[in-house]
Design a protein around this ligand. Structure first.
Ligand SMILES: [Zn+2]
Ligand SMILES: [Zn+2]
Length: 91
């Protein structure tokens, strides 16, 4: 079984959803961007703004933090899929 790895620590999981939960609870709970090390009013918008300008690190984090509250479902799905492909290529 392939494992998905947290891009920020050694945490691994088979389930994309538990990796997403891990990101939210361990790395993003105070809206601080783990790439920029700065706190944002809306971390989600910050991640998306960077991601759509082509920053892969932000895209990965965005894909792993996105939830059903926004309306970017297709972009999120694509980004999650890209992330999974990246992980599978590497691992
Ligand atoms: Zn982690
Ligand atoms: Zn950032």
């Amino acid at each position: 079984m392939e494992m998905l790895k947290c891009p920020l620590c050694d945490f691994q999981s088979k389930m994309l959803n538990s990796l997403k939960k891990h990101m939210r609870t361990q790395h993003l709970w105070d809206d601080t961007c783990p790439i920029c090390n700065r706190q944002f009013k809306s971390l989600n918008s910050h991640l998306w703004n960077k991601a759509k300008r082509g920053c892969r690190e932000h895209m990965v984090i965005y894909a792993l933090t996105a939830n059903g509250r926004n309306n970017k479902a297709n972009e999120v799905k694509k980004a999650s899929r890209d992330y999974a492909e990246v992980v599978l290529e590497v691992g």
